[in-house]
Design a protein around this ligand. Sequence first.
Ligand code: NAP
Length: 322
Amino acid sequence: MSRIHWILYFIGALLETVFRLVGILFWSFLPSLKRKSICQEIVLITGGGHGIGREIALAFAHHKPKHIVIWGRKKSYLDETASLISKLGVSCLPMICDVSCAEDICVKAEEVSNRVGSVSILVNNAGVVFGKQLLDTSDSDILQTFRVNTLAHLYTIKQFLPSMIENRRGHLVSINSILGMVGLRGATDYCSSKFASSGISASLCQELEDYPDIHVTSVHPYQVNNDMFSGVTIRFPWLFPILTEEYVAQKTVNAVLVNKKQILLPRIWYFIVWMQSLLPVSTLLPVLKFTGAATCMETFHKPSSTLQPSVQHSTAQHTKTH
Ligand SMILES: NC(=O)c1ccc[n+]([C@@H]2O[C@H](COP(=O)([O-])OP(=O)(O)OC[C@H]3O[C@@H](n4cnc5c(N)ncnc54)[C@H](OP(=O)(O)O)[C@@H]3O)[C@@H](O)[C@H]2O)c1
């Protein structure tokens, strides 16, 4: 290519960037005009039996999709959520599926297709955390963290994306974390699994450029007031208020309805992540110490009530009680 072609190419890319930015700003002021209907969609939520996953299922149910499928390991939680969804007038299929097991994902995905049809909104929400410094974390816990928080995303997407492409309609949602953008002492395996799953969403945004009707949404919440990060507190809670499951669920569904690619919750994290990318790493360490973020995982404890044994599979790992 000649120099003049490169210059024209550059100007074209710049204009397209500005055009897209103006479009995003415009629609962010008028989201209701862009909101899509999901009444023909089949939604599948991993880890939909309780926690944020249950709230996401209920938030979707208010928009009356055709069907909601929830996956999890504990039948009683799944049945409870399914009955709450049914009360909202939406049919729900609760299924036991251990997403740490690739074979189980494969078998259950086929069962979903046979029983309710092609999933068109896939929400990868299931997640685990063990909350130890790397040298204290067992290899099986590292493996389980990556199986649930990362590999399950790849395997479920591989199961459901082909029919989305065929039907020219789909949405891949990933419940990542602020810890998929910012590291945390005492959660190295969790953070790295979330950085990896954030990378899946970022890459798929590019891989799916040629499919304008298939969307990707990556959700990055800060700490939520449930058992997952039980005992974890930082010094200035008024500056970083802990979120509710309902808030995260509502924001997730809103983002899906307007095809937003990425959200950070709460908004202050856009600024913090931006600052992190500008400042040298060593300058951030005193800030982490001052806010108590550097030591917050020292008070982390996993409540025994939340520890569920995995469903038995030849390849599945079992969550350990610490
Ligand atoms: N809580 C927070 O502070 C926070 C902050 C940022 C991001 N997140 C992310 O939000 C997502 C939901 O977490 P949460 O706060 O709702 O935690 P939670 O209450 O502990 O729920 C975790 C969910 O994952 C499911 N799950 C775990 N292992 C599974 C497996 N092997 N197979 C199938 N399902 C499995 C659980 O279902 P079963 O028990 O039925 O297996 C449960 O529904 C996670 O990805 C988490 O990383 C949480």
